[in-house]
Design a protein around this ligand. Structure first.
Ligand code: ATP
Ligand code: MG
Length: 724
């Protein structure tokens, strides 16, 4: 048997891992040290050398794409197809099990998977039927509660109400939601994992059968497994299974979604015989990039500690660009990408990474202008996002009452009690009279509908009329700002707990920014609103590269995990954006942000650009920020500043929010003789930049972002600030 191809191009430690005897093994290693490669080669080794049947292996990866790549690599190492190899994500594998054993899982044969939107609709109906107060019983909160319990492996009967009436109600809703799903044969995402776990837990024979079949369990990105995933794995491993897990504690970035890096320690307790191998040689990045990543992550306290090194070249310095604003930043990035592409490099080997989804808009615009094909990976393009389409639909209806698709999209969004029956009435009236839904709504409201349905429709019609009147003649950005609020959309998404709702609101606010920056084409004979709407429509259809086309990759740092590119940009490296404002004052949160930064830096093979903007308009607000503290953690000798930092100057137009906060139309701070963005010095806190001003006279307060002391809110009259 020729084993060389499998062990070829592996280093000593990697070979040790690939050829390890059949005992549980933990491979803990830094980014780019070959963990995924080791896992792939281990599969090939087991099949080819140890004679394990492909059917006897189960491999778990983080995405379906990674699974497909892994299968292809194994096949090319073995030079034969491995169709019976089970390889996929936790969700994908759980689904397969439930399909095979639907009876034992107590599911109908044709059970349906529901996505998060479907799940939400069921919960909403439930809340409505119970006639609970809509405001205190946000469907999104209930959804979050249910999924969280499921991720922890908990059914309603496991939960104690802790004598809290709110919690009691949440548990009751969870129970009823599950009854509805069970009656209808519906399975949500979290249920896939939980149900698959229970399937094995409650069917000893079946479990034994799978334990005999899958002796070798291989898991990539182990640091990001949640409680139920780990429990599932442990069940399957039992006493005889051989788990082979690879991960990097420094790359655990999904704590907010229930991932537990503690599983690494847990694994060693649960499998006392487990060996541990560390891989320390990095094959991905230049020495400069690696040194930078190491210098950043060393600032975290909770670490297993690893020493990554490379034999590779020192490489180019990391280039830090201080942009004036987000447009300058985007133009810089796109300029470099164009050079890259013109030099004959593959565009797909370049990635633009950012912290928050909303940042993609300005970058996308610059790419479209430069005619550079791009793909937004793992996320929708800005104008295709659900919340943006909702807001645009309101604007479209304000502009053209006859726009039926806009009407249909928002007539009951946010929910306002216009049900399917009412809608059907309107549709049939519109069909019979060949008129728009808008007219049909007016007509059926006044004669065909019941009192309650009719008044719901009238409320909607009046809302649109009022918004049209109130926004008439306003500047475009103020129109958009008013519409996202008075439509109730912002309020609606605020109730969607967690990261997702927040992202949607950020995107809506970003739409206000887009409107402010929109320059109508003078050749177009249209109102600014109509000009903007057609711009949005065109943008959502154009630009996105075809699947086969070589294109630049845009994605959040979270979705870049496990990937690598020769050229990488980390954009928006500013305190408040990255690290995210939410996490700045929370040690654990800040450390997770730092791990994310480590993930970002280590995606780069050869060239890394870091960009930040002195002034950024994001989520509809102008802000002034200091360069991210993570940049300062990179040693100076690894960095080349592309342009000397420029002094922030006063914004042309103070942000709408700041204006509202200061309670008047004068520029914030002008009354006390300071301006936003002004540099100041404080006796104790040192130098910083004024971020915000509020209050008046002797009550006036300033928010200052100090370079070392962080953000402070000071009473201006007592702070004795030196204005610089
Ligand atoms: P991450 O933590 O980002 O997931 P990883 O530890 O999984 O990284 P891999 O993606 O497996 O690392 O490997 C990083 C790069 O280094 C890949 O391009 C891989 O092919 C290459 N590589 C790994 N080991 C070797 C080796 N021994 N010789 C040559 N190249 C290697
Ligand atoms: Mg990997």
């Amino acid at each position: 048997m020729d084993v060389t191809p499998i062990l070829e191009s592996l280093n000593e430690a990697q070979r040790k891992a690939v050829t390890a005897v059949a005992d549980p093994l933990l491979v803990i290693a830094g980014a780019g040290s070959g963990k995924t490669r080791v896992l792939t080669h281990r599969i090939a080794w087991l099949i080819d050398v140890e004679g394990v049947s492909p059917q006897g292996l189960l491999a778990v990866t983080f995405t379906n794409k990674a699974a497909a790549e892994m299968r292809a690599r194994v096949e090319s190492l073995l030079k034969m197809p491995v169709n019976h190899l089970w390889i996929g994500t936790f969700h994908g594998l759980a689904h397969r099990l439930l399909r095979r054993h639907w009876q034992q899982a107590r599911l109908p044969q044709n059970f349906q998977i529901i996505d998060s939107d479907d799940q939400l609709r069921i919960i909403k109906r439930l809340i409505k039927n119970l006639e609970l107060d809509d405001d205190s019983w946000g469907a999104r909160e209930v959804q979050y509660f249910i999924n969280k319990q499921k991720d922890e492996g908990l059914r309603p009967h496991h939960l104690d109400d802790e004598k809290d009436p709110n919690r009691r109600q949440q548990i009751a809703l969870y129970r009823q939601y599950q009854e509805i799903c069970d009656r209808g044969g519906l399975v949500d995402f979290a249920e896939l994992l939980l149900r698959a776990h229970e399937l094995w837990r409650d069917n000893a024979d079946l479990l034994a059968q799978y334990q005999r079949r899958f002796r070798h369990l291989l898991v990539d990105e182990f640091q990001d497994t949640n409680a139920i995933q780990y429990a599932w794995l442990r069940l399957l491993a039992g006493k005889t299974g051989v788990p082979f897990v690879v991960g990097d504690d420094d790359q655990s970035i999904y704590r907010w979604r229930g991932a537990r890096v503690e599983h690494i320690g847990q694994f060693q307790r649960d499998f006392p015989r487990a060996g541990m191998i560390k891989l320390e040689q990095n094959y991905r990045s230049t020495k400069t990039i690696l040194d930078a990543a190491n210098a950043v992550i060393v600032n975290n306290s909770a670490r297993l500690g690893k020493n990554l090194w490379t034999e590779g070249a020192q490489g180019e310095p990391i280039r830090v660009y201080s942009a004036y604003n987000e447009r300058d930043e985007a133009n810089f990035v796109v300029g470099k990408l164009r050079d890259w592409s013109e030099q004959g490099n593959a565009r797909a080997d370049a990635a633009v990474l950012y912290r928050s989804n909303a940042q993609s808009r300005v970058l996308e615009e610059a790419l479209i202008n430069a005619r550079l094909p791009y793909r937004v990976y793992g996320g929708l393009r800005f104008f295709e996002r659900q919340e943006i389409k909702d807001a645009l639909a309101y604007l479209r209806l304000i502009s053209h009452r006859e726009d039926d698709s806009a009407f249909e999209r928002i007539v009951n969004r946010p929910t306002r009690g216009i049900g399917a029956r009412t809608l059907e009435e309107m549709r049939s009236y519109a069909r019979a009279n060949s008129c728009s839904m808008w007219r049909a709504a007016g007509a059926v409201a006044s004669d065909a509908l019941s009192g309650r349905a009719s008044s719901a429709v009238v409320v909607f019609l009046n809302l649109i009329e009022r918004m049209a009147k109130d926004t008439d003649g306003l500047p475009l950005n103020e129109q958009v700002d008013q519409v996202i609020h008075s439509s109730g959309l912002v309020e609606f998404f605020r109730k969607e707990k967690g990261e997702r709702g927040e992202t949607r609101i950020e995107n809506l606010e970003e739409l206000v920014s887009a409107a402010r920056g929109f320059v109508p084409d003078p050749a177009d004979d249209m109102s600014p609103l109509d000009g903007f709407l057609s711009h949005a429509a065109l943008e959502s259809g154009e630009g996105q590269a075809d699947a086969w086309e070589d294109c630049v990759q845009l994605m959040t740092m979270h979705s870049a995990k496990g990937l690598e590119f020769s050229l990488v940009f980390l954009c928006g490296m500013e305190d408040g954006l990255f690290p995210h404002q939410r996490s700045i004052n929370d040690q654990a949160g800040l450390e997770e942000e730092r791990r994310l930064c480590y993930v970002g830096i280590t995606r780069a093979k050869k060239t890394l650009y870091i960009t930040h903007a002195e002034q950024r308009r994001l989520h509809g607000t102008d802000s002034f920020a200091q360069a991210s503290r993570f940049i300062a953690e990179i040693p100076d000798e690894l960095v080349e500043e592309i342009r000397p930092r420029v002094q922030v100057s006063r914004p042309m137009r103070p942000a709408a929010n700041a204006r509202r906060r200061s309670g008047g139309s004068i520029a914030p701070g002008s009354e006390i003789g300071v301006r936003l963005g002004q540099r100041v010095r404080h006796a104790k806190f040192g130098e910083g930049v004024i971020m915000n001003c509020s209050g008046q006279g002797s009550h006036a307060q300033v928010e200052v972002n100090f370079e070392t002391a962080g953000t402070k809110i000071l009473v201006f009259a007592y702070a004795n600030l030196d204005l610089m």
